[in-house]
Design a protein around this ligand. Structure first.
Ligand SMILES: Nc1ncnc2c1ncn2[C@@H]1O[C@H](COP(=O)(O)OP(=O)(O)OP(=O)(O)O)[C@@H](O)[C@H]1O
Ligand SMILES: [Mg+2]
Length: 328
């Protein structure tokens, strides 16, 4: 017979909606019964657990069901269901191909499994701010009809210094239980070279546990991490990723595609190739913002057309603000 403490823990996990703990305790109970020679009871309990796992819907294991200290894991994620497709993002051919490969391998994961192969799912996105790293995570989630969970890793660290390892364990448990795209943004906060650690060694421990969780993770979820500065990352990280995508500011050709995309619902009476040089050096996000500001101006002033002068002016304002920042 199970110990009173085991039974109490089992009941508590049920009321806490903690499925993982409930499974673990049930299996412990089965193992205990087996050691007493109650093999058929042990087998029945195991079957019940397996059957319940199979029928469990994503809703029944949503993030609220994973408890973390006195809080739910919810506060560590931003959960969304993005709707964006590959046409919404302007990328160099090399990155487009890499994304298509991620999608194709995910969609063919059963075929791959039969040959003992796993679809590529641990991806590092590196590069300049505002060039589409977060957007890539949204596109992948949307194309695969998966929920997107953004993990603000810097927040976890600053808010829970000392508990970060335990938080990561819970996050990876969630990754295993709830299929989705998990995006660790601002990854440099933990991925930083271990030799640059502080005296306390906290970050080294956090990075070591992240590496271990990443390596051990065998779920079907996709794990994406983003950094603005790959040179800060510990080299031990690279071989843990199935692929690395590099992001840079757009080429002239990409700027033109971005402008066409942004203005597709508006009338532009000037030749867009005439403003490319003025946008050169800006990120995709800066260009999108400049376009949106020009569109807003046209709307507010009841103008039928986008003003070329206004667009160029918007590029210039952003360039000047960068100049001021770099001089200060
Ligand atoms: N490659 C792109 N194609 C189309 N639009 C883009 C692209 N990159 C950025 N944008 C626009 O800029 C916005 C911000 O981009 P995003 O958040 O993906 O940048 P990021 O690379 O994650 O930047 P950061 O490093 O600052 O987090 C997007 O929502 C989109 O409107
Ligand atoms: Mg981002």
């Amino acid at each position: 017979m199970a110990k009173a403490s085991q039974l109490k823990a089992l009941i508590k996990s049920h009321y806490d909606n903690d499925y993982t703990r409930f499974d673990t305790l049930s299996l412990q109970l089965a193992a205990h019964e087996a050691t007493l020679g109650h093999n058929s009871l042990a087998l029945e309990v195991k079957k019940l657990v397996d059957k319940s796992k199979e029928s469990r819907t994503p809703e029944s294991i949503n993030s609220k069901n994973i408890r973390l200290y006195n809080n739910t894991i919810d506060e560590l994620f931003i959960h969304s269901r993005p709707i964006l497709d590959m046409y919404d993002i302007i990328l160099p051919r090399s990155n487009q191909d890499k994304i298509l490969k991620i999608l194709s391998e995910y969609n063919n994961q059963e075929k791959l499994k039969k040959h003992g192969l796993k679809h590529r799912r641990k991806i590092l996105l590196s590069g300049h701010p505002g060039t589409g790293k977060t957007m890539t995570a949204s596109v992948i989630a949307s194309e695969l009809h998966l929920p997107l969970y953004v993990i603000q890793i810097d927040k976890i660290i600053t808010k829970f210094m000392g508990e970060t390892g335990a938080k990561l364990r819970q996050i990876f448990k969630m990754i295993e239980m709830q299929k989705g795209v998990y995006f660790f943004d601002e990854f440099d906060s933990i991925g930083t070279d271990r030799s640059k650690d502080n005296e306390v060694g906290e970050m080294r421990r956090v990075l070591n546990s992240f590496l271990q969780f990443l390596e051990n993770d065998n779920s079907d979820s996709l794990i994406l991490t983003a950094t603005n500065n790959i040179s800060l990352l510990d080299r031990a990280l690279f071989r843990r990723f199935d692929d690395i995508l590099y992001y840079d500011i757009p080429t002239k050709d990409e700027i033109l595609k971005l402008l066409k995309l942004r203005f597709q619902a508006f009338t532009v009476k000037f030749d867009l190739s005439g403003v490319l040089a003025k946008a050169s050096g800006l990120s995709h996000a800066d260009i999108v913002k400049s376009c949106d500001d020009a569109i807003k101006e046209a709307i507010i002033n009841d103008k039928k057309y986008i003003s070329k002068t206004s667009l160029i002016n918007n590029f210039q304002i952003i360039k000047e603000s960068y100049k001021k920042i770099s001089e200060s």
